[in-house]
Design a protein around this ligand. Sequence first.
Ligand code: AP5
Length: 215
Amino acid sequence: MRLLFVGAPAVGKGTQAKRLAEALGVPHISTGDMLRAAASQPTPLGQKIKKYIDLGSLVPDELMMSLIEERFRQADVKKGYILDGFPRTTAQAMGLDLLLARLGQSISRVLLFECPDAVIMERIIERRSCPKCGAPYHLRWQRPKVDGICDRDGTPLVQRTDDTRTKVFHRLDQYRSETAAVIPHYDRRGLVRRVNADQPPDDVYRDVEAAVAKE
Ligand code: AP5
């Protein structure tokens, strides 16, 4: 199964993608996690990417396409994948179409996560993340077993540099002006399933499972 997870920042895409990827036994490909890993390197490319992320701005399309093409060369994607946070612009969606056509693949379904802005704001400001594995936590709703420590690998949790109130407004603006345009691109093909992300995580997951179930 090849799935795309689309939605505003902090709507809960990563939380659900990690859980479903484990259940399906497919890789969770988060472009945000890939970019943060690259940005932690003291290379010119890493530092260039870091500037975009710190501003809460989109990384240029050409760079994103080469990152995805490289990821798709790895063997694990043969069994399927969840692409989380990509494509985020119409140019990326068209680039992905070309790449998939070359590989003889197609997207099974696109899950669009929806949630009011006020809820997104609360989720972002109180999010903490593992800088090693990318696992998301929330100071109230998804607390780690030990305060400040990742349940999976024991790494101290951090607050992302783009998880501030002003940057959230900018990220939401970009979502509306750039990313929302990819939805009609897939809607025309009947691939989009809307998921109410404004519910407790287990309830969202139940809807995610229903959205990917065979029809
Ligand atoms: P990215 O990491 O993809 O950020 P995002 O899309 O803004 O999404 P988030 O990771 O912020 O949120 P999420 O929806 O995964 O929510 P989460 O599950 O963590 O991208 C970061 C940056 O990289 C971009 O700004 C850009 O610069 C760059 N980038 C990435 N991809 C790019 C691309 N394709 N093109 C160009 N640039 C790109 O949940 C959020 C919080 O809520 C957590 O605390 C979680 O614990 C909590 N939570 C989750 N679900 C629930 C629930 N149901 N109830 C209560 N709390 C919940």
